[in-house]
Write a protein that binds this ligand. Structure first.
Ligand SMILES: NC(=O)C1=CN([C@@H]2O[C@H](COP(=O)(O)OP(=O)(O)OC[C@H]3O[C@@H](n4cnc5c(N)ncnc54)[C@H](OP(=O)(O)O)[C@@H]3O)[C@@H](O)[C@H]2O)C=CC1
Ligand SMILES: N[C@@H](CC=O)C(=O)O
Length: 773
């Protein structure tokens, strides 16, 4: 190919978890820089994990771009919010992965892309909603490409983002078909000159160009396909698919404990694996590779020593595939030899690592499964995940190995393990922060933090080897039972290792986890909550949890997300002040909706946006009904020392009449029915007043929750977006009240509150236990 001096280039593709944060970008860049020393390299990169979901959610919630350009400040406020969230994450990653001299250019490019994104969301799209959706969706890959190019250059291999999207496609915006000859032409125009100049060419994955030159997408998971399509377009001899797994295994490790890596597969076999659900590969990935005989190597970004799986045109070179008998669970019968009839249905059960499991939807696989079968399974599984089985200490799936536990030089290491209930939006944000930050915490705080288990409604995934896959699975709407689960109760009943403090982190929804929280604290764990349910039920239940937990309970994130509300209140009480009354606007969702409607948007659009930005509860009617505000009011009242029952707090509902009990999808669809009435209600407010949903929590007397007309000059008047206001009137703050304001919703902010509590535990409880106070 043009300018390459007959040396065949290599394509390296990184998935979303391989570029999930700054350390991961730096690691990926190191791999590229190493490879680029020998031959020309093009890199295809996915969006940082979770970004495409956010963009698509936002695109869907604002699918009428044209009207958006006419709205006022509130609309801008909401775009500013999206801008802020993406800027925070991408700039933080860039600052960690890119050297100081290259960083300013990368930061400028990230901000430029974010400005273009905001414009793309606001601008009408003459080509229809599907074109608009594609245009918005591809920004995640464009942002990753900018950072990765900077990170690779920082490691001494000059790199640049390919300026024109090199993949030519048809005009299907969502699941575009590749045009091979058009792609060759675009690759010659956009990729070859960079490679010819000795630069690494970084291509945003997933994105193509229609014959009219509009951005298209190759469908979810299409970055793998982008890699082989670009490889074919530039005449590459080899494509590396880098993810967070070692390669393709010869059996499902959840069913076959000694599943082994398949060193070689044919294109046909690999394609079949992908079709059958092995998420390590995208089903269409092999087609361009087999067409031109290009080798595909499936490798682990975080385990560079592992040779991975090589996919070529050679049939039958790999070890014989093994298969697991369909039942029973946990007693997978294994026998050698090729499966009869080739890679048929049975491989569905053995497709390595991530294929759909026969356990999906099987109630016996979940927490209700009767005892003996579970226990048979748990022994080997626990040993394996904790690394007591084959091969020494457990590896974390990403990032470097941590020093041996308890071995920190210059001070005792504080060993803490997390049992986390909930891997939803908040749960994933917490896990992501832990994964990204814990190396630093080990170095600076001497904190050795591990996941003992994460749980969803299907059960607990024990150990942390599969945590990155679990995060991806939950992003895709799956259940942890697909990765193999234990009953959460069993995990909570076991003792932590000697010298280890356990924190149960409840990031689930409502009251369903109360018994688990109680079990945890009864067995000596600390408890951290973002879930308001356990603290806002009946007082008998509440008292039992308080009695069992004593001083081992933290719940900052239950009120105001990451804002310091509970700690401020406790601080006032502990320092001897007397809290006379708290007035608050404590709902991010209601604040967002009301200020959006004030800015000219419809009620239904505003609700959909609050859902897309994950401010709202899983069912936004919990916000609209006032229930979420009432829960926060109870938690604050109880923290003030009041004895109170939920039944003592009537609250006023904003759920449109007739939609209280319909299924959630129907509720969302019928929301526009309420637009007119809501707008009329908002505009009927007295002059110089704003309609606000407030809570009043006095030291004595009734706690009130409901709609109020707040004068604009009060702290509640100018609320914008997900802003919360907490106004404390105390003996010491009576002439001028103490007001705390800030955004009170959003998964990452909530995660900050949760992590803050966890670090506080380390500072207090762990230090006390180790006699270091
Ligand atoms: N979003 C925000 O801004 C804030 C949220 N919060 C609170 O944080 C919590 C989490 O919110 P969010 O992440 O948005 O909610 P999601 O619905 O996204 O996630 C909830 C998670 O909890 C799991 N879960 C539910 N019940 C159980 C159970 N009995 N045992 C184990 N896991 C369970 C769900 O599992 P499955 O996937 O199987 O359903 C899911 O993984 C909520 O209580 C919310 O009120 C607090 C402050 C701010
Ligand atoms: N749904 C809640 C989230 C935080 O508790 C809100 O909107 O405030």
């Amino acid at each position: 190919m043009n300018g390459l001096n007959n040396v065949h280039p290599l394509v390296i593709k990184f998935g979303g978890t391989s570029v999930g944060g700054g350390a991961q970008f730096a690691n990926a860049a190191g791999i590229v820089a190493g490879a680029a020393a020998d031959r020309p390299v093009a890199v295809v990169v996915s969006a940082m994990s979770g970004t495409t979901d956010t963009l698509l959610g936002y695109a869907d919630a604002t699918d009428d771009g044209a009207s958006r350009t006419r709205v006022g400040a509130t609309r801008e406020g909401s775009l500013a919010e999206l801008h802020r969230a993406l800027a925070e994450r991408h700039l933080a990653a860039a600052r960690e992965a890119v050297s100081p001299e290259i960083l300013p250019g990368v930061e400028r490019r990230v901000l430029e892309l974010l400005r273009e994104l905001v414009e793309a969301i606001g601008a009408p799209d003459a080509n229809g909603p599907a074109a608009r959706r594609a245009r918005i969706a591809v920004f995640g890959e464009r942002l990753s490409a900018a950072i990765l190019a900077g990170a690779i250059s920082s490691q001494g291999a000059p790199a640049a983002v390919v300026s024109g999207d090199p993949i030519a496609t048809d005009g299907d915006f969502a699941e575009a078909e590749v045009d091979a000859s058009g792609t060759r032409e675009r690759c010659s125009r956009y990729v070859a000159p960079l490679l010819g100049d000795g630069r690494v060419a970084v291509v945003p994955g997933f994105v193509g160009r229609s014959p009219e030159g509009l951005p298209t997408t190759l469908g979810r998971g299409g970055s793998d396909l982008s890699a082989t399509v670009v490889g074919r377009g530039i005449g590459a001899s080899e494509v590396w698919i880098m993810s967070d797994v070692d390669g393709v295994l010869d059996a499902d490790p959840r069913l076959v404990p000694n599943a082994a890596l398949l060193p070689e597969l044919s294109y046909r076999e690999a394609g079949d694996f992908a079709e059958l659900g092995a998420k390590v590969l995208h089903p269409r990935t092999m087609e361009p590779a087999s067409e031109v005989g290009m080798e595909v190597l499936v490798r682990n970004t975080f385990n560079p020593d592992c040779p991975g799986t090589r996919v070529t045109d050679a049939e039958g070179r790999g070890r014989p595939l093994r298969r697991a008998a369909p039942q029973p669970l946990g007693r997978a019968a294994v026998r050698d030899g090729p499966p009869p009839g080739g890679l048929g249905r049975d491989l569905h059960r053995v497709a390595g690592r991530a294929g759909p499991s026969p356990r999906r939807g099987d109630p016996a696989a979940g927490r209700h499964q009767p005892g003996p079968r579970r226990h048979r399974r748990r022994g080997p599984r626990l040993r394996r995940l904790r690394g007591e089985g084959r091969g020494g200490p457990a590896r974390t799936a990403r990032g470097p190995r941590l020093p041996r536990r308890g071995s920190r030089r210059g001070g005792r290491v504080k060993r803490v393990e997390i049992v986390q209930l909930g891997l939803g939006y908040v749960g994933r944000a917490v896990a992501q922060i832990v994964i990204e930050e814990r190396k630093r915490w080990l170095e600076t705080l001497g904190l050795d933090l591990r996941y003992r288990a994460v749980a969803d409604t299907s059960g607990a995934l024990v150990g942390e080897e599969l945590l990155p896959q679990a995060i991806r699975l939950k992003e895709d709407g799956g259940k942890l039972s697909e990765l193999g689960v234990e009953p959460v109760e069993d995990v909570l009943r076991t003792e932590p290792e000697e010298g280890t403090t356990r924190i149960v982190v409840d990031l689930a929804v409502h009251g369903g986890t109360f018994d688990l929280d109680l079990l945890g604290v009864q067995n000596g764990s600390c408890l951290v909550l973002s879930n308001k349910g356990p603290l806002s039920g009946g007082s008998e239940q509440y008292e039992s949890l308080m009695d069992a937990a004593g001083d081992r309970l933290w719940y900052e994130a239950t009120v105001g997300a990451g804002m310091p509300i509970v700690s401020t209140l406790k601080g006032l009480v502990e320092t001897g002040d007397e809290v006379l009354e708290i007035q608050a606007s404590p709902s991010g969702t209601l604040g967002f909706i009301m200020s959006a409607v004030e800015g000219g948007r419809s009620f239904s659009e505003a609700v959909k946006e609050a859902v897309a930005l994950h401010y709202a509860e899983p069912d936004p009617r919990d916000d609209l009904s006032g229930l979420d505000v009432a829960r926060k009011a109870i938690i604050l009242a109880r923290t003030m020392g009041r004895e109170i029952e939920p039944s003592e707090i009537p609250y006023e509902s904003l759920v449109p009449e007739g939609l209280e009990a319909v299924p959630l999808p129907e509720f969302m669809e019928r929301l526009p029915e309420a637009d007119e009435e809501f707008a009329a209600r908002m505009s009927a407010v007295r002059e110089n007043h704003m309609l606000r949903y407030l809570a009043r929590i006095p030291a004595e007397g009734p706690v009130e929750v409901g709609l109020t007309e707040a004068a604009v000059e009060t702290p509640f008047g100018p609320i914008n977006g997900p802003e919360n206001v907490f106004d404390f009137r105390t003996r010491r703050y009576s002439d001028v009240t103490l007001t705390v304001t800030g955004p009170g919703a959003g998964p990452e902010r909530t995660a900050s509150g949760v992590i803050g509590d966890m670090l506080d535990i380390v500072g207090k409880i762990v230090r006390d236990r180790e006699g270091l106070a």
